[in-house]
Design a protein around this ligand. Structure first.
Ligand SMILES: *Cc1c(COP(=O)(O)O)cnc(C)c1O
Length: 223
């Protein structure tokens, strides 16, 4: 694994795709998903200039968080989070990408010591194995969240099925962006909805073409 080469390739590709889509590369935040790699590789990534780090397991996050406390890292928790583990991490992370149930929201509201930037996870494909609210649930969810002053809905997060075609990916990511805009225009309290967390190693290009502002990339960096 040539970390530096992988990093250069991914950043160049993202820059190119953004420009082709008429977007500024600076508007795309690149999260290195370090769940596959150890502490040293994570450190190397930071030394290469990556500042957004994403983890999906509480224990691994905590180890890295504690060891890398002096590094200028923006921490993203991208995996589904069990209610009972909320208190262990919620005041340490900068962004939570997988708000996928109202019970979880209630727990965050209870444990957070300051407002937490969250992405509402939406299941656009309707795939059963995927977490996230269905489109039919969104209205109810937003009204339930208006009482939660510790939760800032910065945007929507979505994941596409592994075997989705380019057409399906375009449909899913475009729908997420349209939904985001519709909800943003309601100007609800604590719901700026300026961002979209979508795109992984295999589908970040189509995600960027459709407005993604946070891509979560693991394999393309670490293989
Ligand atoms: C692992 C993971 C990623 C990164 O996936 P790659 O395909 O390795 O780029 C992105 N988002 C979530 C939620 C993940 O769990």
């Amino acid at each position: 694994m040539d970390l530096e080469k992988n990093k250069t390739n991914v950043l160049q590709e993202i820059s190119k795709v953004a420009q082709e889509a008429g977007r500024s590369p600076e508007d795309i935040n690149i999260i290195a998903v370090t769940k596959y790699v150890d502490l040293n590789t994570t450190k190397e990534m930071i030394a290469l200039g990556i500042k957004h780090i994403g983890e999906n397991r509480v224990d691994k996050f905590l180890t890295k968080y504690e060891t890398l406390a002096n590094e200028p890292i923006v921490w993203h928790f991208i995996g589904s989070l069990q209610r009972r583990k909320v208190k262990e991490i919620i005041n340490k992370i900068d962004y939570f990408h997988a708000l996928d149930s109202l019970n979880l929201a209630k727990e965050i509201q209870k444990r957070a010591e300051h407002p937490i930037k969250c992405f509402l996870q939406v299941n656009i494909s309707g795939e059963e194995s995927k977490h996230g609210f269905s489109l039919a649930e969104i209205d109810h969810v937003l009204s339930a969240l208006t009482d939660c002053d510790k939760i800032i809905i910065v945007g929507l997060m979505t994941m596409a099925p592994i075997d989705a075609s380019d057409e399906e990916l375009t449909h899913i990511f475009k729908t997420a962006n349209e939904l985001r805009l519709t909800l943003k225009n309601r100007k609800l309290k604590n719901m700026p909805l300026t961002d979209l967390s979508m795109g992984m190693s295999r589908d970040y290009k189509i995600a960027i073409q459709n407005g993604s502002t946070y891509v979560r990339i693991g394999t393309a960096f670490f293989s």
